[in-house]
Each structure stands twice: as structure tokens, then as C-alpha cells.
Ligand binder design. Sequence first.
Ligand SMILES: C[S@@+](CC[C@H](N)C(=O)[O-])C[C@H]1O[C@@H](n2cnc3c(N)ncnc32)[C@H](O)[C@@H]1O
Length: 209
Amino acid sequence: MSLAESWDRYAVGSTPRRAENANGDTTWLNWTQYADHGPNEALLGPVAGRRVLELGSGSGSNLAHLVTLGASGLGVDIAPAREAVARERWGDLPGLEFRTVEATAFLSRTDRTFDVVLSIFGAVWFVDPETLLPLIRARMAAGGILAFSHLPAGSQRPRPGRAGMRHDHSPSTWERLLTGHGFTGASASVIDPPEGRTVGTMLVRAVAP
Ligand SMILES: C[S@@+](CC[C@H](N)C(=O)[O-])C[C@H]1O[C@@H](n2cnc3c(N)ncnc32)[C@H](O)[C@@H]1O
């Protein structure tokens, strides 16, 4: 089974996002695996007028929120089923595009530049950072923000496809990797889980040189 096929299978099992969150909002950005928990899009800075790329955009709901705030958004995802669902739900939103393409393939071929790159439990978790970080950096505008989240190192979750494909590093390793690839102001930390839960969320942010 190809990687795209295994991610397509995984997509089938994923639950669609609710129509509204606890605040009654119809769009929102959530970095964590828990509903209505953790920071919002503020850590990206103002996004109005910014070109945003999401790597592994899934059903597109996080990216759609940024577009409602005035960004233009491109979501890339390796799984064709994801593009179909994202287009069905968010296809009417001007300034928002979705494409079925593997993240490194997209970044290697595009001539587009982005002000913000984000990845929420997305491709940054699943591609070797030694391969992916230089490709991301090459397509980012100076001063642009890279931010991503994933489960903390050592936490368990079923993984689709090939064994060993996750790259869930510690905060200090992410900071070293990002700095080593020329990003500045790299900061990584684990967001505490909600009460009664034990697994937090790794959240990482850095600035493109
Ligand atoms: C755990 S899901 C998260 C989806 C979405 N970001 C969310 O928060 O709901 C991981 C997503 O990354 C996509 N993905 C995994 N590896 C990828 C790669 N190398 N290139 C592009 N997309 C990838 C998968 O198809 C899947 O949609």
C-alpha cells in the first residue's frame, strides 16, 4: 500500500469537526488533540493579507479559519480523500485552495513563497526534519512564521502506514534542529492537557531568516 493510500484509509476513520465550538464560533484554530483547548491562532501573528501554507491540512478547518481572518490559504495533503472533504466543506471560501500532493514534493517544485507555514499533527510530524526543514525555509518569506504541533515524544497513538514514520522530538531537539536550519527564535514546549487527561501537545514556533 502506498503512503497516500494508507493516509486515505486513515482519513476514512477521522471524525468531521463540529459545526460550532464551545464559544459558538463556526471556524477556529486548534493546535491540540482536544476540543476547545490550548492556544489559538494568535501565535502566528496577524494573518490578514498573509500567504499561508498548511502541510497536511486534513479536512481544512484550521486553514479555513485563517482565511476567514483575511489570509490566503493553500492546504496540501497527501490523501486524496482529504482534498475532497476539505473542498466540500470549505470550497466556497474565496482565497482558499486545497491540493493533493505530498509535502516535500510540493515544496521542491513550487515557486510560491509563504509568510506563514503551519502543520497541525501534519506532515512536519511525518517527514524527516532534515529533509523537510530546508524545503520549508526555501519557500518562506523572511520573517515568516513556521508553527506546528504533534503529540509529545513517547506518547502512544495508532499510526497509519509504515512503522517509525513519526518524528516526534523533544522541545530541545526541535529548537536545535530549527536553529541548525537557519530559523531564529525557535521555541518548543508541551502544552498541558485538559484536566483528567495525561498527554499534552508539543507546540513549536520559529521565524524564517
Ligand atoms: C493526523 S492527520 C491531521 C490532519 C489535520 N492537520 C488536523 O489537524 O485534523 C495528518 C494529516 O497529514 C497528512 N500527511 C501525512 N504525511 C504527509 C505528507 N508527507 N505530505 C502531505 N500530507 C501528509 C495526512 O494525509 C493527514 O491528513
